[in-house]
Write a protein that binds this ligand. Structure first.
Ligand code: ADP
Ligand code: MG
Length: 561
C-alpha cells in the first residue's frame, strides 16, 4: 500500500508536471490566438478601407461623367429653347402685324359698309319715288288710253256660219265675210243692200283683233290693266256681242263652251279670265308675302236677279241662291251674304269658277237652257294690308290715297303689332310709333263679265218665260249703254241702279276705275245687223273718253236697222 502510495504520488507529480506544461502551452496558444485575431482585425480594417476608396473613386468618376452629360444636355435644352422662343416671337410678331392689317381692312370695310348703307338708303328712297312715278305714269298711260276703252275681236268664219239663215234672201251668201280688221285699230264692214252698191263703213277702236289673232295677243293688251288693279284701281273687263260671236271663247276659252267641265289641256287656248287670274297671282308673288289676299265670287245675273253660284247649303252642296245688290253708306255697291272664297292660286280659282259654271246650267231656278241668256260676273277681290306710315307712299296721287284712306277699315291689333317688323324698328318717337300702329286694309276689285247675247230678238210672237228673258236682257244691256252714256256726258247722276247688272258693276265702271269692253263680232253676212249694233254700242262707249272731237271724226253707225 505504501509502495502503491509512492507510485501514485509519483504519478501524481508527473501528472502535475504535465498539467503545468499543458497549462503553459495553453497560455501560449491563447496569446497566439489573440495576436492572430488582432492581426486579422487589422487586416480586415485595411481591406475595408481600400474598397471604400475604390468605390468612392468610381462613384466620383461616374458622377463627374453624369454631371458632364447633364450639363451638355441642359446646354442643348437651353439652345433649343432659345431657338423655339425665337421662332415663337417671330410668329407673334407676324400675327400682330396680320391683326393690324386686318383691323385696317376691317375699318375700310366698315367705312365701305357705311357708304353702302347710305347709298342703299338713297337707292331705296329713289326706288320708292320711282315706284310712285311708275304708278303715276302707268296710270296716266292707262288714262290716256281711256279709263273706258273698247277693243274689238272679229272671230274666224266657222262651219256653223254656213247654215242657211232666212230663206227669203237666197241670192245673198250668208257665209260671206263682211266684217274685217282693216288694221289693228279699224274695223271695216261691207254693208250691202239688194239693189244698192255696197258701202264700206269703218269703226275705230283702241285695238282691233283679226280672226287669226290668238288668245295670247288678246291677253297681252289686257295685262296692263292688272298692274293698275294692284296699284289700287278697280278694273272691269266685259265681253259684249251677240250669241255665237266668241264672248265665252274670249273670256274663258273654248273648253267652257256649254259650261261643261273643262280641262286645261290647251293652255294657249285659255281666255282672259284664267289668264288674268294667273297674272294677278304672278304680280302678287312679287310683293311682300302676306300683304295681299284674293277672294272670288261668281254670280249670274238672270232676269234682273243676282244668283250666287258659289253659295252652299248646310250639306255643303252648291246651290244657286238669289242675292240682293245694295249701296253701302260709303256709296259702294255691295251684295250682302255673297259667298267669297279665298283662293291661293289660279288653279283653285279655276276649280271654283268651273263649279259655278256647272251650276249655271243645271240649277232649276235658272230656267234658261243657254248660257247666253244670262250675264256671268266673276269677281276677284284683292285685299291689301298697308301699314300707316307706308300708306301715303303706296298710292302716288293724293286723291287715290285719300280715297283709299276713307276705305281703310281697321286699326292695329296687338297681334299685328307683334308681327310687324320693319316699320316699328325705324320708329323712334311716340308720335311716329302712333303712326305706324295704324294698319289699313284696302280692297280692289277685278270684275270679269261674260254678258248675255246682245242680239235684238224680236219680241213679237214670243211669250212667257222667253219673253221675260228677252226683255230683261234688252233692259239690262240698254241700262249698261245708259250708264256708259251718262259717264260720257259727265253727268252728275249715273243711273247705275236701273238694273242689277250695272248696280253690281258700279264700282268698276266709271270714276277712276278701268273698264275694257271687248266687242265680239261674227264676220258673216248673216250677222251684219247684229254686228253693226255691237259696233255702234262700242263706238258710243268709246266716246266716253274721246268726247265730242272724236264724235266728229268718226261715223257713228245708227243702231242696227
Ligand atoms: P258666245 O259666248 O258669244 O255665244 P262662243 O264663245 O260660245 O260665243 O263662240 C261660239 C263658237 O265660236 C264656239 O264654238 C267657239 O269655240 C268659236 N269661236 C269663237 N271665237 C273664236 C275664235 N277667235 N277662234 C276660233 N273659234 C272661235
Ligand atoms: Mg257664251
Amino acid at each position: 500500500k505504501e509502495e502503491r502510495i509512492v507510485v501514485l504520488e509519483t504519478e501524481n507529480a508527473v501528472l502535475h508536471l504535465k498539467l503545468a506544461e499543458y497549462q503553459g502551452l495553453a497560455g501560449r496558444s491563447t496569446n497566439e490566438v489573440l495576436q492572430l485575431y488582432a492581426a486579422h482585425g487589422q487586416q480586415m480594417k485595411f481591406q475595408r478601407s481600400s474598397v471604400a476608396t475604390q468605390l468612392h473613386g468610381a462613384i466620383k468618376k461616374k458622377l463627374k461623367q453624369d454631371l458632364k452629360s447633364l450639363h451638355s444636355f441642359a446646354l442643348e435644352l437651353l439652345k433649343d429653347f432659345q431657338r423655339q422662343s425665337k421662332t415663337c416671337v417671330y410668329q407673334v410678331l407676324a400675327a400682330v402685324q396680320g391683326i393690324q392689317l386686318q383691323s385696317e381692312a376691317m375699318q375700310m370695310f366698315q367705312i365701305k359698309a357705311f357708304d353702302l348703307e347710305q347709298s342703299l338708303q338713297e337707292v331705296t328712297e329713289r326706288y320708292v319715288k320711282e315706284k310712285q312715278k311708275r304708278k303715276a305714269l302707268h296710270n296716266s298711260l292707262v288714262e290716256l288710253r281711256g279709263n273706258i276703252r273698247v277693243h274689238c275681236r272679229i272671230r274666224p268664219l266657222l262651219p256653223f256660219d254656213d247654215a242657211a239663215g232666212h230663206s227669203q234672201d237666197r241670192q245673198r251668201n250668208f257665209s260671206e265675210k263682211v266684217a274685217y280688221a282693216a288694221d289693228d285699230e279699224t274695223v271695216l264692214v261691207k254693208c250691202s243692200r239688194p239693189g244698192h252698191a255696197s258701202v264700206n263703213k269703218t269703226f275705230q277702236f283702241e285695238r282691233v283683233y283679226n280672226d287669226l289673232e290668238s288668245q295670247d295677243a288678246v291677253f297681252a293688251d289686257v295685262a296692263p290693266l292688272l298692274t293698275s288693279l294692284l296699284d289700287g284701281y278697280n278694273v272691269c273687263i266685259m265681253a259684249y256681242g251677240q250669241t255665237g260671236s266668241g264672248k265665252t271663247y274670249t273670256m274663258l276659252g273654248p273648253q267652257f263652251e256649254g259650261n261643261l267641265a273643262f280641262t286645261i289641256e290647251e293652255e294657249s287656248e285659255l281666255g282672259i279670265i284664267p289668264r288674268a287670274t294667273q297674272e294677278v297671282f304672278r304680280l302678287i308673288s312679287e310683293k311682300p308675302p302676306g300683304s295681299y289676299w284674293v277672294e272670288v265670287s261668281v254670280v249670274e245675273v238672270y232676269n234682273n236677279e243676282v244668283f250666287d253660284l258659289l253659295a252652299k247649303d248646310s250639306c255643303g252642296k252648291v246651290f244657286g241662291i238669289k242675292r240682293d245688290v245694295v249701296t253701302t253708306r260709303e256709296g259702294k255697291s255691295d251684295v250682302p251674304l255673297l259667298t267669297h272664297e279665298t283662293v291661293e292660286n289660279a288653279s283653285e280659282f279655276l276649280h271654283l269658277v268651273n263649279k259655278g259654271l256647272q251650276l249655271r246650267v243645271t240649277h232649276p231656278t235658272l230656267v234658261h237652257a243657254h248660257s247666253s241668256r244670262s250675264h256671268l260676273v266673276v269677281t276677284l277681290t284683292i285685299t291689301t294690308v298697308v301699314f300707316g306710315d307706308n300708306f301715303g307712299t303706296l298710292w302716288e296721287d293724293e286723291q287715290t290715297s285719300q280715297r283709299l284712306n276713307k276705305e281703310a277699315s281697321f286699326t292695329f291689333t296687338q297681334k299685328m303689332r307683334d308681327n310687324k317688323s320693319t316699320s316699328s324698328s325705324r320708329a323712334s318717337s311716340p308720335v311716329q310709333l302712333e303712326a305706324t300702329e295704324k294698319m289699313k286694309q284696302v280692297k280692289t276689285r277685278l270684275q270679269l263679265v261674260d254678258l248675255a247675247g246682245s242680239e235684238c230678238v224680236s219680241m213679237s210672237g214670243v211669250t212667257g218665260a222667253a219673253l221675260r228673258e228677252t226683255s230683261f236682257i234688252n233692259r239690262s244691256l240698254s241700262a249698261l249703254a245708259d250708264v256708259l252714256g251718262a259717264i260720257a256726258e259727265q253727268r252728275v247722276h249715273v243711273p247705275y241702279r236701273n238694273s242689277k247688272l250695272t248696280h253690281l258693276l258700279q264700282d268698276s265702271v266709271g270714276g277712276d276705275a278701268k273698264l275694257l269692253v271687248m266687242l265680239c263680232i261674227s264676220p258673216g253676212q248673216k250677222y251684219l245687223t247684229e254686228s253693226m249694233q255691237s259696233l255702234g254700242f262700242g263706238t258710243r262707249a268709246r266716246q266716253v273718253q274721246r268726247g265730242q272731237v272724236k264724235k266728229k271724226n268718226f261715223p257713228v253707225p245708227t243702231k242696227g236697222k
